[in-house]
Write a protein of this length. Structure first.
Length: 165
């Protein structure tokens, strides 16, 4: 049987179902996007500066709490990755004994849904290997944040010294 619009009579309910599905799907996507927490480059810069202040204050527990429980750290002065807060805290217990003081020289920030990334260059001054000395380390870093349980946490971080300047 052909309807008066020259379509099979059963095709109209199918078209209605497809239209309903597409409308619901678009609505769900719009809702998911609006559920993303909003942040700004200035807020991510403040998170980074807060991390730097925590390092300068010398408390490994405070620094480790800025990372997600399952975070991965590829630190500057370490032979391998540190996974999870316990290993990250262990790294900072040693690193902070050198009293690091850092300055970010350049940063680039990208924002996403529940995520943000930052990369740049820095100079760190820390206690030298010989008593009474200080040394400067020029390096680069990348930090990836996720919004989890109502707060921005570091989920991945890498820092390395620049060699062969």
């Amino acid at each position: 049987m052909i309807s008066r619009f020259n379509r099979p009579a059963g095709s109209i309910p199918i078209l209605l179902l497809v239209a309903a599905f597409l409308t619901t799907s678009m609505s769900s996507n719009a809702h998911a996007e609006s559920a993303c927490p909003t942040t700004t480059k200035e807020q991510i810069t403040e998170l980074s500066e807060g991390w730097n202040r925590a390092v300068a204050n010398g408390n490994p527990e405070t620094v480790a709490n800025l990372y997600a429980a399952d975070a991965v750290l590829l630190p500057m002065l370490s032979s391998g990755p540190r996974t999870g807060r316990t290993e990250i805290k262990s790294y900072f217990q040693e690193y902070l004994k050198r009293h690091p003081q850092g300055v970010v020289k350049m940063r680039s920030i990208m924002l996403g849904c529940n995520t943000a990334s930052e990369m740049g260059t820095y100079t760190y001054r820390l206690t030298g290997r010989r008593k009474g000395t200080r040394e400067a380390i020029i390096g680069r870093y990348s930090t990836f944040y996720e919004f989890r349980h109502g707060q921005w946490l570091i989920v991945q971080q890498h820092a390395s010294a620049v060699t062969g300047r």
